[in-house]
Design a binder for this molecule. Structure first.
Ligand code: AP5
Length: 229
């Protein structure tokens, strides 16, 4: 079965998770959020959980071996057969190659890279007012308010502020994005379809632009790219 694989890039707070959920709902495919998988892993009392808590709260990248293993295990699940949305992976060139080894791209598979371009000013505003739920939902005190203050609309649990949403940690995460993740952009262009959207706009405007561009590349008049890594 040919797969549509959407890979979302963007600096922290650009709205990757928000837009990934919209693609997932529309095309009925799962979202794989590596950040959420790691936050789930850090909950226990194991040595790994302790290490993860330290790395995530500092806004640093988790070691390759750990994160690659988590991704590989998730890609073995049956629900990814028709395709999936990937949020937060790959974050560097090494992860990019690991991903494409795991995907084992077939001729009819479509790889769609979505870049959400967002200014540093907007990122700081968003992350400062983000509220998260352990079920994976995210809210914003101004732009995406929960129906009941402090509670998740989806599961009713208490919302919390992520450790890495503190101003000094946000600065580190933005720096890391520019240093490690941006070099992937050139590789992505050679590998699949590329969509760039203006992430500074509001949530609906961003998704409108994104779905319009997804539709354009899905048009039968447009030739697909069959490049591989
Ligand atoms: P991860 O959870 O992936 O964090 P991130 O990439 O920094 O991205 P965020 O989740 O902060 O933001 P987002 O772009 O998803 O924005 P969101 O939709 O939430 O990773 C966390 C950590 O895990 C990393 O720092 C690292 O330590 C580790 N990690 C993860 N992947 C790894 C990997 N591959 N290798 C190694 N380590 C890894 O939106 C943000 C807020 O803004 C929300 O409140 C939302 O409601 C609001 N919002 C969204 N869009 C808009 C809009 N257009 N207008 C107004 N508000 C908006």
């Amino acid at each position: 079965m040919p797969r549509n694989i959407y890979i979302i890039f963007g600096p922290p707070g650009s709205g990757k998770g928000t837009q990934a959920e919209m693609i997932s709902e529309k095309f009925k495919i799962p979202t794989i959020s590596v950040g959420n998988l790691l936050r789930h892993e850090e909950e226990g009392k194991s040595k790994l959980a302790k290490q993860l808590r330290k790395i995530l709260s500092a806004g640093k990248l988790v070691k390759e071996k750990t994160v690659d293993h988590i991704l590989s295990a998730r890609l073995k699940k049956k629900d990814v057969k028709k395709g999936f949305v990937l949020d937060g992976y790959p974050r560097n060139v090494s992860q990019f190659h690991h991903l494409f080894k795991e995907i084992n791209k077939k001729k009819d598979d479509k790889i769609i890279f979505i870049f959400i371009k967002t200014s540093d000013k907007e990122i700081k505003e968003r992350l400062g007012k983000r509220r998260a739920c352990e079920c994976g939902e995210t809210y914003h005190l101004k732009f995406k308010k929960p129906k009941k203050a402090g509670r998740c609309d989806a599961c009713g649990k208490k919302l919390y502020i992520r450790e890495d949403d503190k101003p000094e940690i946000i600065k580190n995460r933005i720096k890391l994005y520019h240093e490690s993740t941006q070099p992937i952009i050139a590789l992505a262009k050679k590998t699949g379809h590329e969509i760039i959207v203006d992430g500074d706009k509001d949530i609906k405007e961003v998704s409108k632009e994104m779905f319009k561009k997804i539709k354009e590349i899905s048009s039968p008049l447009r030739k697909g790219r069959s490049g591989g890594v």
